[in-house]
Design a protein around this ligand. Sequence first.
Ligand code: G4P
Length: 525
Amino acid sequence: MTDEYKNRRTFAIISHPDAGKTTLTEKLLFASGAIRLAGEVKAKGERRRARSDWLAIEQKRGISVTTSAMTFEHDGIVFNLLDTPGHEDFSEDTYRTLTAVDSAIMVIDAAKGIEPQTRKLFEVCRLRDIPIITFVNKVDREGRDPFEVIDEVASELALDVCPKVWPVGLGGQFKACYDMDENRLLMPGEDDESGHFGRVEQLDGVDHAKLDALVGEKMAAEAREQMELAREGYSPFDVEAFRDGSLTPVYFGSALKEFSVAELLRDIGKYSPPPGKQKAGDDMIAPDDKAVSGFIFKVQANMDPNHRDRIAFMRMCSGKFKRGMKLKVSRTGKALAVNAPIFFMAQDRQLAEEAVAGDIVGIPNHGALGVGDTLSTKDGLQYSGLPDFAPEIIRRVRLDDPMKSKQMKRAMIALAEEGASQVFTPRLGADFYVGVVGTLQLDVIEARLIAEYGVKATLERCGYETVRWIAGVDDDVNDFVSKNQGAVADDRYGSPVLLARSQWEAGYAEEKNPKLKFLKTRERV
Ligand code: G4P
């Protein structure tokens, strides 16, 4: 059986907006040689300005399709980088993408530390014990003390930390980065006034006199002292602890000025895990299992508004896929001939002739595939671990033409199947609710209802802020539901949820009903 999967590294970058995810993506591609000129994944400032305009959404989708997954090769390793949309287009997709990766890079702005969106995404990684590499970005700008940033990672995220690349000076004082593993000093290029990385000096160790000559005695002394403290104060690197998600290596650097990017790429290749076993019900499927299998973690619909085409993104989990193979869709039991599978390379698309575990394959289809579907040559295989997350924005769907309520419900369910929104039917009352985790989705839903389904609806505020899935012994759940009919709805699988007006209210329900659990995520079966 093939062991090609062992050189796959499938990962995502998680961060709060503006921490530098796009810049780092671009520089990783650049460092790998996948793109020749920096500046090619840009075009983003414009996108950001015109975000809520429908046309812009379409355009953006065009762009985000090619950036949803990007494959590139470097030093014999195939890297599959998945995008986790982060601005107003933060959505369930962002979370769900993290079920398809084997590791993640967490980008933190050196001046800001851990911000809310980083934390949310980190928590999703933790649900699956995904190994995290921390990149503390923007060391060329005034930032916080490096110890303060690392301590925040350690205490707020409850992780062991191990610095790998340390900054020599910060902001106006920034001189270089020091690769603590290999004793290399990463310095600006000699003739480059903009201070971009360009020169590597190999040292014998931090005590090497060359360090004084290169960065000045004062800075060298300070850097030595800091690195000694860091070595003593934090955990030594342990690849097992990293891979089980309890330790994060930390790289100080600058995406913009390209410091520590090559080191980051090198270490993703060296330490991040290749594809491992995936849970499917009670079984664990190994990447070298003979059966070809994978699951759909994202569906990108209507890339061309004139055709109802969709691309389903499949994460391969086992076996060796060959173009033209027939794979069975677990949910429907139907076989699908995968004749035109696509690999998304950094700059173009290619027909995917073969794929192994860890690879991301785009499958064009007309609605046959939904998020969470398992495709396999083996009967009855269904991957687990694609949870629904409690939405953070709930709206009541008010239909302009009440005669169209059936169509509306069908449309909403179809949209929910793509995985970017959820639909809830209240136990009392006729309206239903839609839940999303990012505001842009609301515009997208309204616009798509009209464009694709001919239904005009308004998504109006309803006083609810989130939901919790109600779990417990059947009798207890039923008892709670019957006493709280007004605040209970069913999700599209018929599971009851509590509609909560605030996070506080959700917590209060939990306190008052100790026999029940009020869950923020729901594992689908
Ligand atoms: P995001 O995808 O995480 O939202 O962040 P993005 O890469 O777009 O970066 C946000 C801003 O931070 C950009 O500036 C970018 O140039 C800057 N930036 C990223 N990495 C570094 C770094 O290492 N050092 C410094 N000094 N700045 C960095 P902008 O002015 O908002 O955008 P733009 O007009 O330059 O594109």
